[in-house]
Design a protein around this ligand. Structure first.
Ligand code: P71
Length: 461
């Protein structure tokens, strides 16, 4: 029987209590955290929508698999199980396990980027761009213009604009462009997918020019679902088939397994070319660990191998996951809260510059909105705007991204529909009182990835 709703294909076997707090307690907590939701203690949070990264609830099968972990330093059985799962589900022959996604980004950037190189990519992700720049490269955004327009309902806002890509290659020469960094589901744009047609076209262009295509496959599963829903010719294909096809249009991928792959820690670099794999493995032993565990314990690799197979075992898993995100998006939309359209795969992104249009971007509207929502209800979201964008390494000036957003990210298999209702009520409440939300200014700003540890205070009247 075909199910009509997106209800979950699982039931709850174990629960974790969470505490409700008073407004007074939350006032003290957010002040102490310097108005940065990253610096709150999780005990002070009621519904934690900071991230979907590593916050998944594992299945009974994954928990059982932990007991089968082979903790051998070399040649762990769990590594071979993981390599088989990655090969079967993603199709890559060579697996380099890492402690999480940024470990894989580090290795990839170090083996492929020479100082002065240019790396085109669709929008940017913070850690990805950091590692590209750290290796001496320059990231250039080649995402379609629609990605920067929150109101646009374009179905594939994660697409690469081929004209922009060609222009970058023509300007710098193909030998200065080691690879295209293709995020299959663009986090910073609001969890927006690329289309299969675009993935194919980019790969063909790159192959003709001797440029690698490296996917960020972190949320490729969610993109497979959007392709099934939105792209002609894919409606009758399974999620597993679509995901495999996505990966055929690439030479390798970095992966943060803390998302799609349903585990709390882990990641990998996967490639086709044995020579690239050899180079990555020689760095791996210096930065992560031996090539048969990277940064993971044997039990982590076991749970990950099960998670990778579980995410594609039925189409219902991803359908209910994205269904829950869309449910929250719909509640906010119906109440007139400005959000990024269409609602993406992993969270709902509130347009803070529009909601708090009395604040200029230099008064950090998204940071201020995230703090205001926490204060109202204990719901924790994340700033994705000027603070996350950081400073231009050349000029030292603040970057001014077009998107100034608060992300409410939904962990997988963790919260219920009533948690989504409570979240929506809180955001709507803050939206009604928007005039009372004050801008923020920095009191402390770290040099790298500043959003994690910056501290702020309300700008005095
Ligand atoms: C997210 C995260 C975790 C995070 C990382 C940095 C700042 C804030 C939050 C991590 C990703 C990601 C993509 C597309 C690579 C990583 C790094 N996302 N690519 O969204 O979304 O993976 O965290 O395992 O190192 O909250 P890692």
């Amino acid at each position: 029987m075909k199910r009509r709703s997106w209800a979950e294909p699982w039931k709850i076997k174990m629960i974790e209590p969470i505490a409700m707090s008073t407004r007074e307690q939350r006032e003290a907590a957010i002040r102490e955290a310097g108005y940065n939701t990253f610096l709150l203690r999780s005990e002070d949070v009621y519904i934690d929508l900071l991230t979907d990264s590593g916050t998944t609830a594992m299945s009974d099968r994954q928990w059982s698999a932990l007991m089968l972990g082979d903790e051998a330093y070399a040649g762990s059985r769990s590594y071979y199980k993981l390599a088989d799962a990655v090969h079967d589900v993603y199709g890559y022959e060579e697996l380099i396990p890492t402690h999480q996604g940024r470990g894989a980004e580090h290795l990839l950037s170090q083996i492929l980027i020479e100082p002065g190189d240019v790396i085109p990519g669709n929008m940017y992700f913070t850690t990805t761009r950091f590692h590209q720049e750290y290796a001496g490269g320059t990231f250039v955004d080649v995402i379609v213009d629609e990605a920067h327009v929150p109101e646009s309902d374009y179905p594939f806002k994660g697409n690469i604009d081929l004209d922009k890509l060609r222009a970058v290659v023509n300007e710098h020469g193909a030998d200065r462009v080691p690879y295209v960094s293709f995020e299959t589901n663009v986090n910073m744009a609001g969890g927006q997918p690329a289309s299969m047609a675009n993935l194919r076209e980019v790969y063909e262009y790159c192959r003709a020019n001797g440029i690698y295509v490296m996917l960020d496959a972190t949320r490729a599963l969610e993109t497979a679902f959007f392709i099934q829903q939105r792209e002609a010719g894919y409606e009758d294909k399974s999620i597993a088939e679509i995901l495999r096809e996505i990966c055929t249009y690439s030479d390798g991928a970095t992966m943060s397994s803390k998302k799609d792959n349903l585990v709390n820690i882990g990641g990998f670099l996967a490639v086709r070319d044995p020579d690239l794999a050899r180079q990555a493995r020689s760095l791996l032993v210096a930065f992560e660990g031996l090539h048969t565990y990277g940064g993971m314990s044997g039990r982590d690799m076991e749970a990950l191998a099960v998670g990778i197979r579980e995410m594609v075992a039925t189409d219902d898993h991803v359908r209910s996951r994205v269904g829950q995100v869309q449910y929250l998006g719909r509640l906010l939309d119906e109440a007139g809260v400005p959000i990024v359209h269409p609602t993406g795969g992993h969270g709902v992104f509130i347009d803070a510059s529009k909601l708090l249009d009395h604040l200029p971007q230099d008064h950090l509207p998204a940071q201020a909105l995230a703090a205001a929502i926490y204060l109202d209800s204990g719901v924790r979201g994340m700033e994705r705007g000027i603070v996350s964008a950081g400073r231009d390494p050349e000029t030292g000036k603040n970057r001014h991204p077009k998107l100034e957003l608060v992300r409410l990210t939904i962990p997988r298999r963790v919260y219920t529909q009533s948690h989504m209702d409570v979240t929506a009520e809180s955001v709507i409440q803050v939206a009604e009182e928007r005039d009372t939300v004050k801008g923020l200014e920095f009191t402390y700003e770290p040099e790298q990835l500043r959003f994690f540890q910056s501290r702020f205070r309300p700008i005095p009247d």
